[in-house]
Design a protein around this ligand. Structure first.
Ligand code: FAD
Length: 318
């Protein structure tokens, strides 16, 4: 069976959910090798094997972390040259897309971004790709070189499958070009205790209808273990940070459940959330365009609806 490389997304060794999702997809098209760059591979290896990694290639050399993404692309290119895998799966986030683009150029391979599904096909993996901010899905396959594919978080439910998890340490040979930009300082983000917006299974977003009071939105999100998002109107008003903006000029999310509270449903907002599996809206105006794309809609005041919904969820848990 052909090898499939999976670049493991992690935060200081803590493996993120998209890694398990990509290992699950990788098993459909070949034998997954997890590529773990950075500290913590020893701790992560059992989990990676549990989600099907037959092999784990660890690059623990701390010097790699001193630079931006270029060394990661170079390490993957070395592995592609060594073993000619059928595909390389990379998380579809800002860093992942840059790594994928560099890797495709280095290896003369085709690149598919924002895949939401990967299946085995004749002569190589076939992907379903979400394009034009989720307005269309496209079936695509790579016809030249190794298939370099970036995969959107929440594309599939992670499935456990015991892989052999053979562990290998790689000492990379980095070129001067890969070390051309060095990280000079980094500060950890303030932790909210909520999941990352891109990766969350549930997102609760607030808009101008909150009037700047996000407490009902946050309360409902916390009752569900959800991430909090915001419309641009809310971000532009300074009520919520830009990192939480959902939409054309913000983040594009695809959670299992998206709740829009006090958001009208402008086309630019839809561009960031319309691929969500289930969409719920709460809006005072029954004519609001958001109701055109919802699975469930509540016509009502978010300041009444959200606290009641929060109480109901907490009641169920208690
Ligand atoms: P509004 O359109 O003002 O809607 C507020 C809604 O809240 C209304 O429907 C109202 O009925 C409802 N409401 C009011 N009070 C309550 C209440 N108490 N309870 C329940 N409902 C209530 N927008 C984005 O979101 N993301 C983007 O990335 C983005 N990018 C853009 C890029 C460009 C180039 C442009 C031109 C625009 C972009 N926009 C983006 C802006 C977009 O066009 C809208 O202006 C914006 O999405 C509106 O935000 P909103 O729905 O919160 O506000």
């Amino acid at each position: 069976m052909a090898e499939v490389l999976v670049l493991v997304d992690h935060a200081n060794g803590a493996v993120k959910k998209p890694a398990a999702e990509m290992l699950t997809l990788a098993r459909r098209i070949g034998e997954p090798t997890a590529v773990f760059i950075g500290p913590g591979a020893e701790t992560a290896k059992d989990l990676l094997a549990r989600y099907g990694a037959e092999k784990i290639v660890a690059v623990s050399d701390p010097s790699v972390g001193e630079y931006l993404v270029a060394p990661q692309a170079e390490i993957l290119a070395q592995l592609v040259e060594q073993s000619s895998p059928a595909a390389v799966l990379i998380p579809s986030n800002a860093a992942g897309k840059e790594i994928a683009a560099r890797l495709a150029i280095k290896t003369g391979s085709g690149l598919i971004t924002d895949a939401v599904d990967v299946q085995a096909g004749d002569g190589g993996p076939e992907t379903t790709q979400s394009v034009f901010a989720g307005s269309y899905t496209v079936k695509a396959k790579v016809t030249t070189g190794t298939a370099i594919i970036t995969v959107k978080p929440n594309s599939t439910a992670p499935e456990q499958a015991s892989g052999a998890g053979a562990f290998e340490e790689l000492t990379p040979q980095l070129s001067d070009a890969a070390k051309a930009a060095k990280i000079t300082a980094s500060e950890p983000k303030k932790k909210s205790g909520r999941p990352e917006l891109n990766e969350a299974a549930i997102v609760v977003s607030g808009g101008r209808g909150t009037g700047g009071d996000f407490s009902p939105v946050e309360g409902f999100a916390d009752s569900l273990g959800a991430a909090v998002g915001a419309s641009r109107a809310a971000v532009d008003a300074g009520w919520y940070p830009h990192t939480s903006q959902v939409g054309q000029t913000g983040k594009q999310v695809s959670p299992q459940l998206y709740v829009a509270a006090g958001i009208s449903g402008a086309i630019q907002h839809r561009a960031g959330m319309q691929t969500s599996k289930t969409i719920v809206a709460i809006n005072k105006d029954e004519e609001a365009p958001i109701f055109e794309l919802v699975d469930f809609g509540v016509v009502g005041d978010l300041f009444q609806v959200l606290p009641q919904a929060t109480e109901a969820v907490q009641g169920k848990k208690g």
